[in-house]
Design a binder for this molecule. Structure first.
Ligand code: NAD
Length: 429
């Protein structure tokens, strides 16, 4: 009989992975998950750490530390992004990998969960250095990735170009006769190199579909609704552009360069152009600069964290005044921050639902690669909408049945599906 894990009290300071484990235990409790299954799921299957040298533009060599954590592949190949950030750590990547397992199970996508990353700041490097770092990392991963085994995708600090370099490196390390079958080794590629239409905006698009589902459930009118965004990269900027079609008003934005606010509204497209030129939101002429507390303290209908993990905490949650938190980022809320907001009556659309648009369209990309097809953007959007709606409806049903919160309801569904397979297949040998 497996030992029952002991979650720490919510008030204690937790690491990201401890927060992820706590969320797992909460979901497990609601469905009375078999303790053996819980024990298996509480740690990743494989933890790969590689240290690899790369030549810099000035001729010197630098050693980089890369991670690939494969959490679970019971439901299908390992799947998850690659993050380039100076704070990447084993603990963080383990948490991110486990969230991928639950996300794919919740969305009923035939993938497991993984995540990877390199601990460095991509902004400090030229394109030529980024290419060499990416190719050398892909080479170091070797046969630990593959289109039927483990399929990376973009995450913070990486993009379609990163994925195309990974694909090309992987393809060139395989047999000539087999090259084209290897295209699906990564997703989030550019459309030119085998990516899917609608993939670049997919996480933002899925996030907006989830908000639409919530608005429909609660009778909330998005036209004129106010929202704040933390992070104005891939997820945040696409979510903002799509939300503006609903008449929602962006009043405050924070990124790594600072925070800005305008109660009359910030124009998402103009801000995208500004950020492309200036590298961040700081100094945007259509808004005033504010500090972190003022950013979190701005009253809004919807708050969208779309940057780093552990941002809504015991310090920031008391400042917040919002109806809905939509987790574009993975793990943006720590246990104490969540408790404070739930007590205030705030609703969460949890990360494993709200940002699942990315992996869902990654799955579509992988299917298109296997079938040598190219789906239209309308087709991709319609399929994504249907899958997000199904997951939302499932979450809603379980939340009501179990009298629980949205996050726990999502975990309950994901864990139930995984448990059913473990019970049928058994544990080898
Ligand atoms: P990105 O690199 O495109 O953008 C990251 C944004 O976060 C930038 O605007 C950056 O300035 C901001 N940021 C960085 N550090 C910050 C800080 N200390 N304070 C405030 N802002 C900060 O990354 P992305 O792809 O948009 O990913 C954002 C989040 O969404 C991550 O948590 C990622 O795991 C999650 N996510 C991404 C995808 C995807 O498809 N890209 C899918 C699912 C989840």
């Amino acid at each position: 009989m497996a030992e029952k894990p002991k979650p720490k009290p919510a008030a204690a300071k937790h690491s990201v992975f401890e927060v992820a484990q706590h969320q797992l235990y909460r979901g497990a409790e609601v469905i009375q998950l078999d303790p053996s299954v819980r024990t298996i799921l509480s740690q990743p299957k494989n933890e790969l750490i590689v240290n690899f040298p790369v030549r810099m533009d000035n001729g010197e060599y630098r050693l980089f530390k890369g991670y690939r954590i494969q959490h679970n592949n019971l439901m299908g190949p390992y799947k998850g992004g690659i993050r380039y950030h100076h704070e990447v750590s084993l603990d963080e990547v383990k948490a991110l990998a486990s969230w991928m397992t639950w996300k794919c199970a919740l969305l009923e996508i035939p993938f497991g969960g993984a995540k990877g990353g390199i601990k460095f700041d991509p902004r400090d490097h030229s394109q030529a250095e980024l290419e060499r770092i990416t190719r050398r990392f892909t080479h170091a991963l070797g046969s630990n990735i593959g289109p039927d085994y483990d399929i990376p995708a973009p995450d913070m600090g990486t993009n379609s170009q990163t994925m195309v370099w990974m694909m090309d490196t992987y393809m060139n390390s395989t047999l000539q006769s087999n090259k084209n079958a290897m295209r699906g080794v990564v997703t989030g590629k550019s459309v030119t190199s085998g990516g899917s239409l609608g993939r670049e905006k997919a996480t933002g698009q899925g996030l907006v579909f989830a908000i639409e589902n919530w608005a429909e459930e609660t009778g909330f009118n998005l036209d004129g609704a106010t929202y704040s965004l933390q992070g104005f990269g891939n997820v945040g900027s696409f979510a903002a552009r799509i939300l503006s079609r609903h008449g929602a008003v962006l009043v405050s934005v924070q990124d790594h360069t600072g925070a800005i606010r305008n109660s009359e509204g910030i124009h998402p497209k103009r801000l995208v152009n500004y950020v492309a030129k200036n590298g961040g939101v700081a100094g945007y002429p259509g808004a005033e600069a504010v500090d972190r507390d003022a950013f979190f303290g701005t009253p809004v209908d919807i708050f969208i964290p779309a940057a780093l993990q552990m941002q809504i905490t015991a310090e920031t949650a008391p400042l917040m005044s919002t109806k809905l938190v939509v987790e574009g980022a993975n793990g943006p809320t720590d246990l104490e921050g969540e408790r404070i907001l739930l007590e205030k009556g705030v609703t969460f659309l949890p990360d494993i639902l709200a940002n699942a648009g990315g992996v869902t369209v990654s799955y579509f990309e992988w299917l298109q690669n296997r079938r040598a097809e190219q789906w239209s953007e309308d087709d991709v959007d319609a399929r994504l909408r249907a899958m997000m709606q199904r997951a939302y409806n499932t979450m809603r049903r379980i939340r009501i049945e179990k009298s629980t919160d949205n996050r726990t309801a999502c975990y309950a569904h994901a864990l139930n599906r995984i448990q059913a397979v473990y019970h049928e297949r058994g544990i080898f040998p």
